[in-house]
Write a protein that binds this ligand. Structure first.
Ligand SMILES: Nc1ncnc2c1ncn2[C@@H]1O[C@H](COP(=O)(O)OP(=O)(O)OP(=O)(O)O)[C@@H](O)[C@H]1O
Ligand SMILES: [Mg+2]
Length: 247
């Protein structure tokens, strides 16, 4: 598929547990086109989060490759061993992954991962700060604040700007996390069980928000174990026995 934004090809991931090894991903492949909303389903422990972390360049597979906009995200497999980490850094793969995470990818997690000491506005603004260089930040400060306020209005939190995470409901916390993920206009939004910690009403509201983002072109890759949630995506893939299947 030539219009693929993200391609995974034969991804393997094994966790080394000392004497034993846990081979979680056994050759996962997928294509995600720009503007698609893809759901990955699978039972607990099937490796959904592991796969999402690899697709989003948060983790490195032992075998296989991920291509973003046609460019490999990981070094060739023989350079991926522990002793070759320095090579990975020097060859620029790790630096590019950092840049992808800061600018091209956005993440939403089941348990929000907000900074408890910061209020809503600051939690979102800080993500914009991380994406900017120190030199560029003074000039970007005002537009960044304007963008942050606009995105918080879009997710319906304009009247909660000064609240800290502990002073918000679960649904509101997840909307802050979505705003944080969107504030640098990511090419792909990765969501790991975004409704997993919400009740049915808050879950529905969150899915309506994701659908609205998708309707204006946001590419989304979402992991869930809930068939009702997965059915809201364009396409559903199933992770079973370490392999992805359509349907
Ligand atoms: N860092 C790790 N070290 C060792 N084993 C791990 C590690 N992370 C995950 N695992 C194991 O790998 C398997 C897949 O984990 P993963 O978190 O990807 O599953 P999941 O499909 O996201 O499950 P859930 O739906 O419960 O979130 C599990 O059996 C888990 O115990
Ligand atoms: Mg998981």
């Amino acid at each position: 598929m030539s219009d693929a934004l993200l391609i995974a090809d034969g991804v393997h991931k094994t966790y080394d547990m000392g004497r034993s090894q846990l081979h979680v991903l056994r050759g996962c492949s997928l294509h995600v086109a720009g503007g698609e909303f893809v759901a990955i389903m699978g039972k607990s422990g099937s490796g959904k989060s592991t796969l999402l972390h690899i697709l989003g360049a948060l983790d490195v597979p032992q075998q296989g490759q991920v291509l973003f906009e046609g460019r490999p995200v990981f070094a060739p497999p023989k350079q991926r061993h522990f002793y070759a980490h320095a090579l990975d850094v020097l060859s620029g793969y790790e630096r590019r992954r950092i840049a992808l995470r800061r600018r091209a990818f956005g993440f939403v997690f089941q348990f929000y991962h907000l900074l408890p000491e910061l209020n809503v506005l600051e939690n979102v603004l800080v993500a914009r700060m991380v994406g900017a260089s120190t030199c560029a930040w003074p000039a970007q400060r005002r537009p960044a604040r304007k963008d942050t306020l606009a995105i918080l209005e879009h997710v319906g939190l304009s009247d909660r700007l000064k609240h800290r995470p502990a002073e918000l409901s679960g649904g509101e916390r997840q909307r802050v996390a979505i705003a944080r993920a969107l504030v640098h206009k990511p090419r792909i939004l990765f969501a790991d069980e975004p409704t997993g910690n919400l009740d049915a009403v808050a879950g529905d509201e969150l899915m309506a928000l994701l659908k609205g983002l998708h309707a204006v072109g946001q590419t989304i890759v979402m992991v869930t174990h809930d068939p009702g949630i997965a059915a809201r995506a364009d396409r559903v893939l199933r992770l079973e026995a370490g392999v992805l299947r359509e349907g």
